[in-house]
Every structure is written in structure tokens, then in C-alpha cells.
Design a binder for this molecule. Structure first.
Ligand code: AMP
Length: 603
């Protein structure tokens, strides 16, 4: 599958065609200075002028060139603000596009160009599914105490004033990458993610969810940014308006475009220039770096308090990934938190798409310091691919149904005739979830040296070897010791006696305790990033009976439908019942699947 990702900013368009599973880029294009006379398309080594093009014209010009000879299955659009309504990636139908239009006042700089891109791309590629992925969505889980401002309630309700947060796609992506790297159960992790680019924000991620973030109703709050002030005493704004006579537009320009690193340093918003000047003694540039680092440290301390501790601090985006100096200044005195910086590892930390995580804490540091490469286009492509594949939601697309297998018997033709009479054929009772498999009306008694199990169901169709699958508890009841085996692997297994209405069969081998496994279609395997015969871990969380199953075998075949199979002992131990589902929670050599009750989302 290939996804086109469209990211329309106010004066630029970024386009990527990529494989959402591997992240491989097949093509990229950038349009710069959209809406200006010197608008230009940059693709490969080419630089093609598209004089005065707006978003629609620029896309009409670029897409045929970018997609020439390339099949694309879905389009993912970055949308900055999803308001209170859009808290998850959403398929772009007409009504959704209309609703997005109504959100523009919440993000007047960002949403109108996003929307212009959506309208144009839908018109140009009408047969493809288009999906909106929102910067705000990841923060929808913030508790009310974190998202509320202390302003008059009626006014906040009237104007939709609350903390929404931004850069959510990036924060979610890097937190997930960090979880994989640390090979920890993400539900137990508290991560502070610092997205430090031209725009900058910090997020507290607890159990994989955003619980607090530094940007607010707009992207102006929080950290010092390239040209945005971040936090300022609101009284200062009143003072400037009064004394300098600035109107709303003047204040907007001052706070969004003339402040931050650019305002403090006087040399522009690029930290590389500021670092170079600071190194040669420029006091304003030194202060700019100090203020920037101080603000990030302050938020890290605050967010550790919000979560009652922290396990990892992650740095990403242009500054976070590339400025060892800034990471050093931010993390150098965090020992009190348990975060011990390793100066050499920090200086040498490099990340790339092929190697997206680098650690720069000392060995043994309780809090791990990480650099993680962000990849918003890939995260958008991933969500778009899931929705385009027909899933109702990203959450639903990650569900793995769990089926509980009771003890059962597979028979050969010969055994069927001995047990039920000559010429007897198995009578289907109900189909099973795996295509072609069915439970039969026929039942048998299994006889062991110590006890008997009556009414054990036969499964069809007939096989080339008999096999009896029982649980550990059944083994005790029968007085036998069955090995844990994959279905079909009966060599050197013990035998057992089967009693039927027409006769008795004593098997020389075939008694096993089935190894837990997940059936996957190759498409599912690609989606979860696993292969046939991989062995993974499955974590299930149930009320008071959470547990992790190790040694879960992945079985991939075009004949299979996605489903995890457990026996009754395993299901009972975790208080699972049929109809429950598992959710892919993290990978890292092994996959962890987190079970959730279908239709029930904790908290
Ligand atoms: P982003 O918005 O994530 O693309 O980040 C862009 C910003 O990252 C630039 O404006 C620079 O300030 C900063 N940046 C990129 N590379 C470096 C570097 N090697 N050292 C310091 N800052 C950098």
C-alpha cells in the first residue's frame, strides 16, 4: 500500500508518497512561497516556477507530476486543529469537510490552508479515500484540570476556549518509538516528549496518552519558539497594547512572528546561527539559548510532578534531534530526577529514519534520555492506511479478536468410521472463524488412566492424523502429560483412548496441549510488522487479572483470518471470555498485544 501525505501550510506544501509500513519514501515534492509571485515547485533536482499559484493551483500542477506512473491507495491530510469534535483520524466525507470549515476561526493561520489542500486534492483524486489526521487529536485524552483555563466559564464555553495542544502526531509517534526502544510495557511508562523545532512543545505522556501539553488553545503558549514568544505574563500584552498603541493584528505579529529566539537574539529564528554567534561572544544570542533551555527544563520539572515521576525524556524535531548543545543545557542538572546525562553520548547522538532512536543518558540512569527522529508524514500515512482499509477507527483497526478454544478432537476418515459407524460423515454444527473449519454435532468421550472427559466436540473437516487438544487442567483429570505443541505437530506425543457410539479408537499419538497462537492474514502481518512463526508477547488487561502471555506463535497464511487462540485455562487465568479483543500495544523484537473489552475503553 502507498499513501500520499499532504501537508499544506500557509505558504508551503509538503507532499510525500510513502509505504506506511516501512516508511520508505517513493517520492517527495515541496512547493514554497504559495500565493506569492515567486511560488516554486521543488522536486528531485528540479525547481519549477509556478508564478502566483495558490494551494489549489499548486496542487493541480504538482500532483500529476508527483504521481506519474505511481499507484496510490489513500491520501492522508495533516490538519492542525480538530477542535473539540475531531479527536481521532477521520475519513473525509463531504459533511466532515464542511465541519472542518467551521473550525477555521480556532486556527486562522493553519486550518484554512489545510482545508484548501483537502478540497483541491479531493477534486483531483476523487476516487481515493482521503483521511484527515489532526495535530490536536492525541491531546484529546488530557484531563479537564489540564485543559481548562481559569477564565469565566460562560465565556470559555461560548468561544470554545480550552487547551487543545498541537504537534500531537509527533508526540505520539516519538513516545511510541521510545516505548519500543525501552522494551517496556507502555502502560507503565511516563514519558516527557520535547518537540523542539521552529514550533516547540512539551507533552507529558502517561500510559501512552497525553495528560498535559504546553501549547494551548493556539500554538502560541508554552516554550520559546523560533518566532513565537511562548508563555508571557498576559499583563505584558495589556501593557504593550496600552503604551505602544498596538491593535490586535499588531499584537498577533509581535507575539507570533517577532518574538521567541528571533526576538531575543536579533539574528533570526535559526538556532544554528544563534549558536554560532553565541560561541563568538554575542550576549543576546547567549541569553536566547539560556532562556530557551530554561523554559524547557521548567516544563520537564513540572511534567514530572504532573505524572508523579518520569521514566524517559525524549527530544525530537530540528533542535531536539540536532542540537547537542541545547540538549546538554536542558538536561545537565536533572540528576535529582534520576536523569544522568552522558556528555559523550549526547555529543555523538545521531538519528535517521533507519536508526530512529539514540540514547544519551549514562548507563544505569534511572530516567532514560533519548533522541528520537520524528516522522509526522509516516504517522499520518499509517493512520490514513488503516482508515482507508475500511476500519471504523484507528483503535478498531488495531484490535485483535481473542477466541477461546475448548478441548476438541480432530479425526481421520478411518477414525470417524470406527467411532461413529461405517460410511458416517461428520455433521457441521456451526462454522468456526477460520475459513473452512467447523464444529461438528459429533462428540466423544476421552478416556485416560485416571479419569474420563465426556462430550468432547469433534471439529471438521477430517484430517490426515488424529489430534486431541486439551488443557493442562484436563491433563490432571485424565492422568496424562501432554506436550505443548503447535497444531499438527503430533510426533512423539502420547496416545489416548476415544470412545464413540459405534466403537473405540486407541491412538498411539496425538494428545497435545495447543500452543497459544495468533492467526494472521499476510496483510495483518504486514500491518503489525511481524512474520510467520515469530514468537511474541501478549499483555492482557482485565479487572484485577492483568497478565502477559509469552511464547505466542504468529501463524501467517492467506487462508487465515486475524484471531488469537487461547485455551480455557489461559483464558480463565486472565478472566477472558470469547468476544474479547487485543490491541497492538508495542513492539521491540517482540510484539505486545493489549486486550481491551470490545467497545469499552478504560477511563
Ligand atoms: P523543524 O521545525 O523541526 O524543522 O526545526 C527547524 C529548526 O531546527 C531550525 O530552525 C533550526 O533552528 C533547528 N536546527 C536544525 N538543525 C540544527 C542543528 N544542527 N543545530 C542547531 N539547530 C538546528
Amino acid at each position: 500500500m502507498h499513501v500520499l501525505v499532504v501537508n499544506c501550510g500557509s505558504s508551503s506544501i509538503k507532499l510525500d508518497v510513502l509505504d506506511p509500513h516501512s516508511g520508505e519514501r517513493l517520492a517527495t515534492a515541496r512547493v514554497e512561497r504559495v500565493g506569492h509571485p515567486d511560488c516554486v515547485l521543488l522536486m528531485g533536482d528540479d525547481s519549477i516556477p509556478i508564478e502566483g499559484a495558490d494551494h489549489a493551483r499548486a496542487l493541480a500542477f504538482t500532483l500529476p507530476r508527483l504521481l506519474e506512473g505511481r499507484a496510490v491507495d489513500a491520501v492522508g491530510h495533516r490538519v492542525v486543529h480538530g477542535g473539540a469534535r475531531f479527536d481521532a483520524p477521520t475519513l473525509l466525507e463531504d459533511a466532515v469537510v464542511e465541519a472542518l470549515g467551521a473550525l477555521s476561526p480556532l486556527a486562522p493561520l493553519h486550518n484554512p490552508p489545510n482545508l484548501a489542500g483537502i478540497v483541491a486534492a479531493r477534486a483531483l483524486l476523487p476516487k481515493l479515500p482521503h483521511v484527515a489526521v489532526f495535530d490536536t487529536a492525541f491531546h484529546a485524552t488530557m484531563p479537564r484540570r489540564a485543559r481548562s483555563y481559569a477564565l469565566p466559564k460562560a465565556l470559555m464555553e461560548k468561544l470554545g476556549i480550552r487547551r487543545y495542544g498541537f504537534h500531537g502526531t509527533s508526540h505520539a509517534w516519538v513516545a511510541q518509538q521510545a516505548g519500543r526502544y525501552l522494551k517496556e510495557d507502555p502502560r507503565a511508562l511516563r514519558i516527557i516528549t520535547c518537540h523542539l523545532g521552529n514550533g516547540a512543545s512539551v507533552t507529558a505522556v502517561e500510559a501512552g496518552r497525553s495528560v498535559e501539553t504546553s501549547m494551548g488553545m493556539t500554538p502560541l503558549e508554552g516554550l520559546v519558539m523560533g518566532t513565537r514568544s511562548g508563555d508571557v505574563d498576559p499583563g505584558i500584552i495589556l501593557e504593550i497594547a496600552r503604551k505602544e498603541g498596538l491593535d490586535i493584528d499588531g499584537l498577533d505579529k509581535l507575539l507570533n512572528h517577532q518574538s521567541g529566539l528571533a526576538g531575543l537574539s536579533g539574528v533570526g529564528n535559526d538556532l544554528r546561527d544563534i549558536e554560532a554567534r553565541a560561541a563568538s561572544g554575542d550576549e543576546d544570542c547567549r541569553l536566547a539559548i539560556q532562556v530557551f533551555a530554561h523554559r524547557v527544563r521548567k516544563y520537564i520539572g513540572a511534567y514530572a510532578a504532573v505524572m508523579g515521576g518520569v521514566d524517559a525524556i525524549v527530544f525530537t524535531a530540528g533542535i531536539g534531534e540536532n542540537s547537542a548543545l541545547m540538549r546538554h543545557r536542558i538536561t545537565q542538572r536533572l540528576d535529582f530526577l534520576g536523569a544522568r546525562l552522558d556528555e559523550d553520548r549526547n555529543r555523538d547522538a545521531r538519528v535517521s529514519p533507519a536508526s530512529p532512536v539514540a540514547e544519551f543518558s549514562e548507563h544505569g540512569s534511572r530516567v532514560r534520555l533519548l533522541v528520537v527522529a520524528t516522522d509526522e508524514a509516516r504517522a499520518i500515512a499509517h493512520d490514513a492506511a488503516l482508515l482507508a482499509a475500511g476500519a471504523q477507527s484507528v483503535e478498531a483497526a488495531s484490535m485483535i479478536p481473542i477466541a477461546v478454544s475448548a478441548r476438541h478432537i480432530h479425526l481421520t476418515r478411518e477414525a470417524v468410521e470406527t467411532l461413529f459407524g461405517a460410511g458416517h460423515t461428520l455433521t457441521p454444527y456451526k462454522p468456526l472463524s477460520q475459513p473452512g473449519q467447523f464444529a461438528c454435532e459429533e462428540k466423544l468421550t476421552v478416556v485416560g488412566p485416571k479419569g474420563r472427559l465426556a462430550n468432547v466436540r469433534v471439529l471438521g473437516p477430517e484430517r490426515s492424523e488424529c489430534q486431541v487438544e486439551i488443557s493442562r487442567t484436563d491433563e490432571f483429570a485424565l492422568g496424562v502429560d501432554a506436550p505443548v505443541r503447535d497444531s499438527g505437530d503430533v510426533a512423539n506425543s502420547p496416545g489416548i483412548t476415544l470412545e464413540g457410539p459405534a466403537g473405540v479408537v486407541t491412538l498411539a499419538k496425538g494428545l497435545i496441549c495447543a500452543r497459544r497462537h495468533i492467526h494472521m492474514h499476510p496483510d495483518d502481518a504486514a500491518r503489525f510488522g511481524v512474520g510467520d512463526r515469530d514468537v511474541v508477547e501478549v499483555a492482557v488487561d482485565t479487572d484485577g487479572r492483568d497478565m502477559i502471555f509469552g511464547d505466542v506463535l504468529i501463524r501467517v497464511s492467506p487462508k487465515y483470518k486475524l484471531e488469537m487462540h487461547l485455551d480455557t485455562d489461559e483464558a480463565n487465568a486472565a478472566q477472558l471470555s470469547g468476544g474479547d479483543g487485543g490491541v497492538l500495544a508495542s513492539t521491540g523484537g517482540s510484539v505486545r498485544l493489549r486486550r481491551r473489552n470490545v467497545g469499552f475503553d478504560a477511563e
